[in-house]
Design a protein around this ligand. Structure first.
Ligand SMILES: Nc1ncnc2c1ncn2[C@@H]1O[C@H](COP(=O)(O)OP(=O)(O)OP(=O)(O)O)[C@@H](O)[C@H]1O
Length: 664
């Protein structure tokens, strides 16, 4: 204390004031410590009694719980919640959470406001707020948080309850699951591959499509349905034989023949979700696909749409071993390759094959692949084991035309015809779901069974075999959905107009292709010409450079020779020319064993040296002149040098004397 007093006394504090300050510090510290201790003790107490379950958005239980929560009447009393027009669960159901949503339930009949469907509103637990709900004698503390707030996605749910064991939580999850599945019974969930985050994104829940609404050749639907069912309950059989528990179906054929519709319908019938991968989508790579495949749940339909589209840019297995897409010979493919490279798609065939049945591939899934061009598929892709069942879809047959007509125009049930004259509830129409329509919006005349059958037969008779797509027929029937009789009467007219339209489109397509081809050819020709011109230019420039270098070399060489030899050479030459013409330049060519007295050899030797020098001098101003001219110039210069030699000798008398004074 004394020490503190000594320290604080220079600050002008008396002993009493210091004591008071210290007391305050001690009391404050004690209070804060007590507070922290009590909070910590409370947390410990709570933790020891509360059971907590965590649910992540990526997994199904989260959806079950969110769906269950959104239906709890307790939300009506909640003072804080989130209101959204997006479905809380994956089923896209109208989530009636409180009595306030009565209006929404009315909207579910599909009423339109200003041409748009009314938006549905759902209530959800708000983020980062603890909600309390009473459930089966327990208070549940519920908190929804964002797992990755910086990315704006990935919600998580935390449910805590005071209980001795986790039975209550188990019951809660099971109940939520049951309710979810009950409500989702009439829907098929669609998930799309997200290549950016390499995960599956829920895309929506569609109404199940009854199998009866798909009109295929007799037996096809039944065969497929039975095969799928058989597969789904044969896990042990596969395991016993060591066969990977997977099955692949390849649906191939013309566009608009019902491939996708059939898969949708099968998914509904089997109660499976559909996971759709578009192989040609942006950013799709071997790695992404493998990751996605490993995340596919056990029981589902995996749909690879337009299988051939992904490989128009890479058709060969070998060429794709690097994982990079390669171009085919056609120009369009080349363009596609460029696009593929620029959009980061680096999916290879071997990558696809590995992801389908590699180690990481999911088991228990039904793989469905659709293509309009089976001939473009690599045999490795469509071989049994990968694609076990092939189904060919053709244009509409007469049988299909009759079937689809009957689907569109339900007949009047004979027994109840009198009773329900005004209602379109054709419940006895086998195979067809009850239409959810208001009588006022669709005034479809109900004809007798006999009349509908007769009209259907006439309709089928008018439809040419295997010429029009089923989608085309459906379009025509849709246009005439309230006029069955006229629909049949006018069908021949429609067929003629369809043919004309087709011809026109075909012609336009041919013209467009011819034009494109011509443009491409012209472009290629132009490119070739440009390339040839460029090559020529480069060649000329190279030759020019070589000539220049050669000249510079010679010039340098001559400069060296001139520097080292000129004092002796010139007098020697002079001397030899004057006195001993038969033995010239012995001093100038000391290394030469031969006498070289012959004038031609002497000329040629000197020509090489002196002529080049002359060329160099001349070419300073005219490098581009032809070699003939250069040769002429060389000769002229040679003569000039030769004629200059005596003069040069005269200008160097001392040197000559020196040479003469040096006998060999
Ligand atoms: N066999 C069929 N039975 C009933 N409806 C059909 C049939 N074929 C086509 N349709 C109808 O035509 C439309 C297009 O069908 P769908 O998308 O299933 O054809 P697709 O063969 O998958 O075509 P694409 O190859 O172009 O994808 C759908 O609305 C569907 O109702």
């Amino acid at each position: 204390m004394n020490v503190l007093s000594n320290i604080l006394s220079p600050l002008g504090m008396s002993g009493g004031a210091i004591q008071d300050t210290l007391k305050l510090v001690v009391i404050g510290g004690t209070v804060e410590t007590a507070r922290r201790a009590s909070v910590s003790a409370w947390n410990g107490f709570v933790d020891s009694f509360f059971l907590t379950a965590h649910f992540s958005e990526e997994d199904y239980p989260y959806d079950w719980l969110m769906h269950w929560l959104s239906k709890q009447p307790a939300w009506g009393r909640s003072r804080e919640f989130e209101i959204t027009t997006r479905s809380a669960g994956r089923n896209g159901m109208n989530q009636s959470t409180t009595g306030d949503l009565q209006e929404e339930e009315e909207e579910d009949d599909g009423t339109l406001v200003h041409g748009r469907r009314k938006r549905l509103v759902a209530f959800q637990p708000s983020l980062d707020t603890t909600h309390t709900i009473y459930y089966r004698g327990h208070w549940l503390r519920i908190m929804r948080t964002k797992r990755f707030p910086e990315y704006g996605h990935g919600s998580a749910l935390k449910i805590s309850v005071v209980a001795r064991n986790n039975d209550i939580l188990k019951k809660l999850v099971l109940e939520a699951k049951r309710e979810y599945e009950k409500d989702a019974e009439h829907r098929v969930h669609i998930f799309l591959a997200d290549t950016t985050y390499q995960c599956w994104r829920w895309n929506g829940a569609r109404q199940k499509r009854p199998m009866s609404s798909i009109v295929l050749q007799p037996g096809v639907k039944d065969m497929l349905l039975a095969d799928c069912k058989d597969f789904l309950c044969s896990e042990e059989w596969y395991a016993e034989r060591g066969i990977p528990f997977r099955r692949g179906y390849l649906l191939h054929g013309v566009p608009g023949s019902g491939k996708t519709s059939l898969i949708h319908s099968l998914a509904g019938e089997l109660g499976l979700d559909i996971y759709v991968v578009s192989l040609s989508s942006k950013g799709m790579s071997d790695n992404t696909l493998t990751t996605l495949m490993s995340l596919v749940p056990n029981r589902c339909i995996l749909l690879l749409e337009d299988l051939d589209a992904a490989f128009t840019r890479s058709v060969s297995r070998d060429s794709n071993s690097t994982g990079a897409p390669t171009s085919t010979t056609t120009t369009s493919s080349t363009n596609q390759t460029t696009t593929a490279e620029s959009d980061g798609s680096t999916l290879s065939l071997s990558g696809l094959l590995n992801s389908l049945d590699g180690v990481a591939a999911a088991e228990g899934r039904l793989l469905f692949a659709t293509t309009n061009h089976i001939e473009r598929l690599d045999p490795a892709l469509s071989r049994p084991g990968r694609m076990d069942v092939w189904v060919n879809f053709t244009h509409a047959t007469k049988w299909q035309a009759e079937g689809i007509f009957k689907c569109f125009f339900p007949f009047k049930p004979a027994v109840v015809a009198e009773v329900e004259k005004t209602e379109s509830t054709d419940a006895s129409q086998k195979n067809l779901p009850l239409p959810k329509r208001k009588a006022s919006t669709h005034a479809i005349p109900l004809l007798s069974e006999a009349e509908i059958s007769e009209l259907a037969k006439r309709f089928a008779a008018a439809i040419p075999e295997d010429e029009l797509s089923v989608a085309g027929l459906q379009g025509y029937l849709l246009k005439n959905k309230t006029r069955p009789r006229e629909c049949v009467d006018e069908v021949e007219e429609w067929i003629i107009s369809e043919r004309e339209t087709r011809e026109k489109l075909k012609k336009e397509k041919a013209e467009r292709e011819a034009k494109e081809k011509k443009e491409v050819e012209e472009k290629e020709k132009k490119e070739k010409e440009e390339l040839a011109a460029k090559e020529k230019e480069e060649k000329e420039a190279k030759e020019k450079l070589e000539r220049k270098e050669a000249r510079e070399r010679l010039k340098a060489k001559k400069a060296v020779v001139a520097k080292s030899d000129s004092p002796a050479t010139i007098p020697s030459t002079t001397e030899s020319t004057e006195s001993t013409p038969s033995t010239p330049a012995t001093a100038a060519t000391p290394a030469t064993d031969e006498p070289s007295t012959d004038s031609s050899s002497s000329s040629s030797e000197s020509d090489t040296t002196t002529g080049m020098e002359a060329d160099t001098e001349e070419s300073v101003t005219s490098e581009e002149e032809g070699s003939d001219k250069a040769d002429d110039t060389k000769k002229e210069k040679w003569v000039a040098v030769k004629s200059q030699t005596p003069a040069a000798a005269e200008t160097q008398p001392e040197t000559t004397t020196t040479e003469e004074a040096t006998p060999s």
